[in-house]
Design a binder for this molecule. Structure first.
Ligand code: UD1
Ligand code: UDP
Length: 383
């Protein structure tokens, strides 16, 4: 092949960066591709943490993050700025990821520019327009304008087929053949590529000063629909849990969103055996997930990673677009009721059989080869 496939890879937040990084590294290895990395920097510090770890230097950095930014201005800034870059570099294909505002606005911008779009992590759904907000609609709209859908699981393939996006049906295995004309491909989730790359580094956590005599509960929470009372309930549950269980310590790397930080620091600062820390780099965060006895989270990515590490996860949401780990038993939805969170954690801490029934290493989201499959598919489409 004489001409390289000019592949614009666009991302902006921490989770997109983690999940796109292995794909960027894969494309860079292959002589058939000319990857162009464009970051919106919807997140700044939390994006840079990931770029440093994977040693990725963006070709274009839009540097868009503003303190306490809003969805309207962020969306219009992404549309305006990506237009200029797409016109300058004229990519053969634009790859975007998931359900953030960066993902949706980038897909729309590429659609307006009549460029082929590949949606990485396509097909996730709760089928509830308002939950998660605005991610459910971001991913529905991104899928609607995308040409190639890289779906992580059989369930996400089904969701896409049911929404009418189809030119063919895949046969279900991870090793789907890449038939001409198909637009939905099951690849596995690149998050597992990133996790396997990172977790083997076994990063030293001694600098966190965790106590050896205590079990660790790891907590993350940042979703918009949990701002206000739900997040206060989560914090109250933490207070109940540390009060009742003197042998545990809660570690909470607090997201940089001021809507999260204001509530969390007001409720949990200076509480014995509650450690509020800044967002961790991805390598120590993976090491902390592995060490944790229980994980409480409303994160999407953590729901996919923790099952591979065999750590029980309680999801602080009422619905999930990631049902696979729930079905396998190691993830439970507990919502944001103080009583429900507290009682489920207490049961995990006191009932060994219950704990063991959730402590299993399952890997429904991938096998570490999703980036390789994605690159193979794009190559086959362009050759
Ligand atoms: C965004 C995504 C959400 C994703 C989450 C991952 C949208 C609408 N939301 O939510 O889907 O789950 O990222 O974390 O796309 N901030 C910093 N530094 C950073 C990052 C954020 O200071 O590195 C602060 C800024 O004040 C920023 C605010 O957090 O304005 C909110 O960031 P934003 O990306 O709009 O929302 P998230 O809640 O992070
Ligand atoms: N993560 C991290 N440091 C932290 C918290 C999370 O590196 O302090 C990673 C986590 O392992 C996962 C990703 O960030 O890969 C999830 O990001 P987030 O929860 O912000 O977004 P979501 O997945 O909910 O969109």
């Amino acid at each position: 092949m004489d001409k390289k496939i000019k592949t614009a890879v666009v991302f902006g937040t921490r989770p997109e960066a983690i999940k796109m990084a292995p794909l960027v590294l894969e494309l860079k290895k292959r002589p058939e591709f000319e990857p162009v990395v464009i970051v919106t920097a919807q997140h700044r510090q939390m994006l840079d943490q990931v770029l440093d770890l994977f040693e990725i230097t963006p070709d274009f950095d839009l540097n868009l993050m503003k303190p306490n930014q809003n969805l309207w201005s962020l969306t219009s800034d992404i549309l305006t700025e990506t237009k200029k870059i797409f016109e300058e570099i004229k990519p053969d294909i634009v790859l975007m990821h998931g359900d953030t505002t960066t993902a949706f606005a980038t897909a729309l911008s590429a659609f307006y520019a009549r460029i082929q779009i590949g949606h990485i992590e396509a097909g996730l759904r709760t089928f509830n327009k308002d939950y998660p907000f605005p991610e459910e609609i971001n991913r529905v709209l991104a899928d609607a304008v995308s040409d190639l859908h890289f779906a992580p699981t059989e369930g996400s393939v089904e969701n896409l087929l049911n929404s009418g996006i189809k030119e063919g049906r895949l046969n279900g295995s991870m090793d789907n053949s890449y038939e001409e004309g198909r637009r939905i491909y099951k690849t596995g989730n690149t998050v597992i590529d990133a996790l396997l790359y990172t977790v083997e580094k076994n990063t030293d956590l001694s600098y966190l000063g965790l106590r050896d005599d205590l079990k660790t509960i790891l907590l993350t929470s940042h979703r918009r629909e949990n701002f206000g009372q739900p997040l206060e309930n989560i914090c109250d549950a933490v207070l109940d849990i540390v009060e009742k269980n003197k042998d545990i310590e809660v570690v909470y790397p607090v997201h940089l969103n001021p809507n999260v930080r204001n509530t969390v620091f007001k409720k949990l600062d200076n509480i014995e055996r509650v450690k509020l820390i800044d967002p961790l780099d991805y390598a120590p965060f993976c090491a902390l997930m592995k060490k944790a006895h229980i994980i409480l989270t409303d994160s999407g990515g953590v729901q996919e990673e923790a099952p591979s590490l065999g750590v029980p996860v309680l999801v602080l949401r009422d619905e999930t677009e990631r049902p696979e780990a729930v079905h396998s038993g190691c993830v439970k939805l507990v919502g944001t009721s103080r009583e429900k969170i507290t009682s489920t954690v207490n049961k995990l801490l006191s009932d060994e059989a219950f704990y063991n029934s959730m402590k299993m290493a399952v890997n429904p989201y991938g096998d570490g080869l999703a980036s390789k499959r994605t690159a193979d598919i794009i190559l086959s489409r362009f050759s």
